[in-house]
Design a protein around this ligand. Structure first.
Ligand code: LMR
Length: 348
């Protein structure tokens, strides 16, 4: 009888051992050392989510940043990019960043104005007139001041990236004078200044997130929108809104943001790598932004269905006059000294 019980226990132990080994429930200490796996365990992953196509200034800058940082950190940091709003969209990306569900996002500064009202200044129409002015401000001491304001909301602002000047696209008719906006439904990003600017022209503004925008345009729920040519082209808005007026009336740029706790968790040498990689990617972004928008302009010019117009200088002067209340409202309600600072920086 004793032999029978011993044999049975031995059989059960051997069976359990075989099952554990097959199911990999073996204690790690017993497994052969996997050098590569250990290397991967030490690797730090940055998940970088954004809402535009890859062949855009932001999409390309994100890829460039990832390449440079992986190289500088000798593979210790791996950046995974989620473009086109595939992971998070306008409505949930900021919360995801603050929860560290994603480590980096790059929203337009317009979409940050509810969080940081001082940033409304960057939405003021016809504040900037040249790419040089944009670069001086966004990549200079004023840009640094603006990014530092993110500290109060536990976000690490790494840089500003550029897309370019916004143009108008519309479906039913070309927008050649401010009276053409009367009673139109114009899509804007969630920014008080952007919504007010079109209301001053007699239109109503509709806030639609970028990932839902094409559907709303396709359903003819939006008569017109402001955006850069790279966004108008890469998302196909021109297929419905085939009237495009080159107005250069406002700037579309991005704040490149990192979760602050994640930033603080990086050792100094990796923080230095992030800063250097961001500086190089930002320089590259400003160079390619103008080129990509110019390329998309050439493509639109070749499209026989596109009605392309340029706002006349005389009409631009009328728009600037109509927009003046936006400046006095900013000075009165947000920050007057900052407006003087940015103007002196631009007109130095
Ligand atoms: C938009 O919503 O139109 C833009 O912010 C999209 C983008 O990020 O360029």
């Amino acid at each position: 009888m004793k032999v029978y019980i011993t044999t049975a226990i031995l059989t059960i132990v051997l069976l359990l051992g075989a099952i554990c080994y097959r199911q990999q429930v073996w204690p790690n200490a017993m497994l052969p050392v996997d050098e590569e796996q250990q290397g991967l365990n030490k690797q730090i992953v940055i998940n970088f989510s954004h809402v535009v196509a890859e062949d855009t200034p932001k999409g390309q800058a994100a890829i460039k940043f990832a390449e440079i940082l992986e190289q500088k950190s000798n593979g210790r940091i791996h950046v995974v990019i989620y473009p086109n709003g595939m992971l998070y969209n306008d409505n949930n990306e900021l919360k995801a960043l603050q929860n560290n569900d994603v480590q980096m996002i790059a929203p337009t500064f317009s979409k940050m104005t509810k969080t940081i009202p001082t940033w409304e200044i960057l939405d003021l129409p016809y504040l900037f007139h040249t790419d040089e002015e944009v670069e001086d401000v966004l990549n200079g001491r004023i840009g640094e001041q603006l990014l530092n304001q993110l500290n109060r909301v536990n976000i690490k602002g790494l840089a500003f990236w550029n897309n370019g000047f916004k143009q108008m696209s519309s479906e039913k008719k070309p927008l050649l004078k401010w009276e053409d906006f009367k009673n139109l439904k114009v899509r804007t990003m969630p920014s008080h200044v952007l919504q007010s600017q079109f209301e001053l022209l007699g239109a109503s503004s509709i806030n639609t997130s970028f990932d839902e925008l094409y559907t709303e345009v396709e359903k003819h729920k939006i008569d017109a929108q402001e955006n850069t040519l790279s966004n108008i082209y890469s998302k196909g808005f021109y297929k419905v809104q085939n009237h495009i007026t080159l107005t250069n009336h406002g700037l579309l740029g991005y704040a490149v943001l990192m979760n602050e706790d994640f930033w603080n968790s990086l050792p100094q040498d990796l923080q230095d790598d992030v800063v250097e990689a961001m500086q190089e990617a930002t320089e590259w972004n400003f160079q390619i932004a103008k080129k990509l928008n110019q390329q998309d302009l050439e493509k639109l010019k070749k499209d026989p269905n596109i009605d392309l117009n340029t706002l006349s200088v005389a009409e631009q002067k009328k728009w600037e006059k109509k927009f003046k209340p936006l400046y006095s409202s900013y000075e009165k309600n947000i920050n007057s000294t900052f407006l003087e600072e940015i103007r002196s920086e631009i007109h130095h």
